[in-house]
Design a protein around this ligand. Structure first.
Ligand code: CA
Length: 404
């Protein structure tokens, strides 16, 4: 639609509200305001208008202000509690130093709409230009209690420093991230984002959730809020919990049961590995005969492992490497004497094993030699000697409980 038709006919514009659901109580805790325009036949999205860089920012401000007035009035009239999420781009906020938005919000605060119920969404994309000005403006808004959300987080990972500087209340993660990255890639992106969120005390909101799998992903990755067609479509009405398309409580309960089952299965593996090794312990005959001992271990871990060795409590490898290539175990003597204490968690895990006298299964990580994703099961043979059994990726992949 022609931007002039839009700006000249504000009466043809209305907000729609997409519910945002809490992971804690599984209820609607607020709405994101989106714009719709009547084109003579039907109500269509104002997205193209807002994303068109040829449309003057002043036009967008006028349309957004109009939508905001209606939204705030409707929230107040219907006596709705909860948050109102509104979108503004950086250029729009720079118009008139962002005072238009602030004055509108303050005028509604006087009518009873507290400023801390406003969540201002800015996109990470906007951080590229005029970041200092934008950052100052956002900090200024924050002093009024307005909450800040960063939209489309993860699209560009280069902005982590800037997100940290703004310290937003919420990071909105586009769940399509699951589709756009390969499996390892999105795990890494998610890991960095969760760490960042923890550091700055931001909540994760997963948006664009379109199916059960994505909701489970959001739940599993620490999402405090959910949003998307799977749960609720944008609506002209401020809908209630009973209008949700799925029973989030039931869904989450199923995820909990499933996750618990997987963790239990994983612990069953760990216990069975530990028992196999305890059975071999009477045959441990000191570090000088360590290679002969590992040969016994290879027989017990032929399916699971591709590499086995023993280190002392200082991280020094006291055995050869037993390395499975094709179907046979080869002995690599040259690895003896290597020191592995520099590796993350090495000493921590060693002391844990010694203190609790039990084996430890590592996280999934990329092996330096094979570049494959593996896990390591380590086990205390004595106070001074520790067995390391590297688990093959193929084995992990075949057992879902080892993938988590
Ligand atoms: Ca948004």
């Amino acid at each position: 639609m022609d931007p002039f038709d839009i700006i000249g006919n504000l009466h043809n514009i209305k907000p729609v509200y997409q519910p945002i659901i809490s992971a804690i109580k599984h209820n609607v805790i607020g709405y994101e305001v989106l714009g719709r325009v009547y084109d003579g036949n039907e109500w269509i999205s104002l997205g193209p208008f807002f994303h068109d860089s040829d449309v003057p920012e002043e036009f967008k401000v006028d349309v957004d202000q109009h939508l905001l007035h209606i939204a705030l009035s409707e929230m107040l009239e219907s006596d709705k509690q909860g948050l109102l999420f509104i979108n503004r781009n950086a250029q729009q906020m720079m118009v008139n130093d962002g005072e238009d938005l602030l004055q509108t919000l303050i005028s509604y605060e006087q009518k009873g709409f507290s400023l801390d119920r406003i969540v201002l969404e800015v996109t990470e994309h906007d951080f590229d230009e005029d970041f200092e000005m934008l950052s100052h403006l956002l900090l200024y808004y924050k002093t009024y209690g307005i909450q800040i959300a960063v939209d489309h987080v993860g699209a560009k990972s280069s902005n982590i420093d800037r997100i940290r500087q703004i310290e937003p209340h919420i990071l909105k993660i586009d769940t399509r991230i699951i589709r756009n990255y390969n499996a390892d890639g999105f795990q890494d992106v998610m890991y960095s984002l969760s760490m960042l969120a923890r550091r700055i005390g931001a909540a994760l909101l997963f948006e664009n959730i379109e199916d059960d799998f994505q909701l489970q992903f959001a739940w599993k990755h620490g999402g405090r809020y959910y949003q998307g067609f799977f749960l609720a479509k944008p609506d002209f009405a401020l809908t209630n919990d009973d209008a949700l398309l799925v029973n989030v409580g039931e869904k989450v309960d199923a995820y909990i049961q499933r996750e618990k089952g997987l963790i239990e299965q994983r612990l069953t593996y760990i216990l069975s590995w530990q028992n196999k090794l305890k059975g071999l312990l009477p045959q441990w005959d000191g570090p000088r005969k360590v290679d002969a001992f590992i040969e016994l271990v290879t027989g017990q871990f032929d399916q699971e492992s591709f590499r086995i060795y023993v280190c002392n409590s200082d991280g020094q490898q006291v055995s050869s490497n037993f390395r499975k290539r094709a179907d046979t175990w080869e002995v690599e003597h040259d690895k003896k004497g290597s020191n592995w204490a520099f590796r993350p968690y090495f000493l921590e895990n060693m002391v844990q094993m010694r203190t609790w006298s039990r084996g430890i299964l590592s996280d999934i990580y990329s092996d330096i030699e094979t570049r494959e994703m593996i896990r390591t099961f380590s086990f205390p043979l004595t106070d001074q000697h520790f067995l390391f059994i590297d688990i093959r990726y193929a084995f992990i992949y075949d057992n879902e409980c080892l993938l988590i």
